[in-house]
Design a protein around this ligand. Structure first.
Ligand code: HEM
Length: 409
């Protein structure tokens, strides 16, 4: 192939007009040329962009590729210059390799199993119903992001971590600022520091007075308070914005695909499959990075030690060699194996929780508001910029016919 390896000159900044759910065209084209492309980072580093499904999955499972933060010296859209990137703080295991990573992940695994998360279903149903009640009373119009998509995962994570009820508003406000993608850099930093301080106080409070929650459960281990604080921060940052964006963008996608929404309404048994397909189709956690620890031969290329690799999960999840007709939202799809929760040692720890939240929240929303629809033309729904870590909508104005809300609900 004359132009192999293909080079992607820069990260695309927008999606094709009218296609808010598809990865940017440049990434789809890059994958069509080859599963791996050269990618020159803005600071001059010659890295790689991986877009093919098989290759992405292989790299995610390969211990020769690192997640360590201090090795991530380059950014796909920002020139860091000579700034030294420090290692991840204690407990922030998403950006660590073995054996440090396991020190923190292992004690948490048992707390996020399918069985433990299923036990939470009833509580998630209650939380969802409360938010739907409030939305209905304030309606018949709402911003689905603030009324539904953000508060439901926020309340769930607060309860899991044991954030006292009276602190919820402060906590949610700060978390939303530092993860919500809407605040200025200064606001993000202030909210991040406030959340860190809050979590330090929370861990100290649990030490003094343990309660029934994930943090208190870990107090008997040899983990220090600083480590517990870092773990809490990771649970929070990985679990809140992702699920919130899936709920909002997923609702938008279903409203834009009325035949699929009708199929889901007609057959509630389709819910689990529908959630998996929405995860694949939307892949809101769209890209992650790895660094080669040694020279690695893959797909006919040598990925040199120290080189950064961008793994485009959303493009890999649209690979036609893995998913026939990949750009169609098909809730009856049975292909399985999407990479929306990643793969390998860092595969999402909270995936069973996210599944419970989505399996409860989507059907409950469409049951409560059978005539739910966009309140603005689809092209006016404000999208998050491509630069945001997690993709989604900034707001989702919706409306419904008040009379069609089932009586007594
Ligand atoms: C739909 C919602 C979610 C999506 C799409 C998602 C996606 C992901 C992805 C792609 C990763 C792997 C990153 C990598 O390979 O480097 C990850 C890791 C992680 N997620 Fe999720 N996530 C979601 C919800 C949650 C929830 C609800 C929680 C829990 C509270 C959670 C906790 C975590 C944690 C702790 C990690 C780090 C795992 C590790 O490094 O070992 N996530 N998530």
């Amino acid at each position: 192939m004359a132009d192999f390896p293909h080079t992607l000159a820069a990260m695309p900044t927008t999606r094709r007009p009218g296609c808010p759910f598809d990865p940017p065209e440049e990434l789809i084209e890059a994958r069509a040329r080859s599963p791996i492309s050269r990618f020159p980072f803005p600071d001059g580093h010659q890295g790689w962009l991986v877009t093919g499904y098989d290759l992405t999955r292989a790299i995610l499972a390969d211990p020769r590729f690192s997640s360590r933060r201090e090795l991530m010296k380059h950014h796909p859209t920002i020139d860091f210059g000579d700034i030294e990137v420090p290692p991840a703080p204690p407990g922030e295991f998403l950006l660590m390799d073995e054996p440090q990573h396991s020190r923190y992940r292992k004690p948490l695994v048992g707390k996020f199993t399918v069985r433990r998360m299923r036990l939470l279903t009833e509580r998630v149903e209650q939380i969802t119903a409360e938010h739907l009640d409030a939305m209905e009373q304030a309606g018949p119009a709402a911003d689905l992001v603030t009324a539904f998509a953000k508060p439901i995962p926020a309340v769930v994570i607060c309860e899991l971590l044991g954030v006292p009820y009276e602190d919820r508003a402060f906590f949610q406000e700060n978390v939303d600022k530092f993860l919500g993608g809407e605040a200025s850099d200064e606001e993000v930093m202030a909210a991040y520091l406030a959340t860190q301080r809050y979590l330090a106080e929370l861990v100290a409070a649990k030490r003094a007075n343990p309660t029934d929650d994930v943090l208190s459960d870990l107090l008997d281990s040899d983990l220090t308070d600083e480590e517990l604080q870092g773990m809490a921060l990771i649970l929070l940052s990985a679990g809140f914005d992702t699920t919130a964006n899936m709920l909002a963008l997923g609702t938008f996608a279903l409203l834009q695909n009325p035949d699929q929404l009708a199929a889901l309404r007609d057959d509630p048994a389709l819910t689990d499959q529908a959630v998996e397909e929405l995860l694949r189709y939307l892949s809101v956690a769209k890209q992650f990075f790895r660094v080669a620890l040694e020279d690695v031969e893959l797909a006919g290329q040598t990925i040199e030690a120290g080189t950064m690799v961008i793994l485009s999960l959303n493009t890999a999840n649209r690979d036609p060699e893995r998913f026939p007709d990949p750009h169609a939202l098909d809730l009856r799809r049975r292909d399985g194996g999407h990479l929306a929760f990643s793969h390998g040692v860092h595969q999402c720890l909270g995936q069973q929780l996210a599944r419970v939240e989505m399996r409860v929240a989507f059907p409950a929303l469409f049951d409560r508001f059978p005539t739910l629809r966009l309140a603005v033309p689809a092209e006016e729904v404000p999208l998050r910029p491509e630069a945001a870590d997690i993709y989604g909508v900034k707001s989702l104005p919706v409306t419904w016919d008040a009379a069609t809300v089932p009586p007594g609900v």
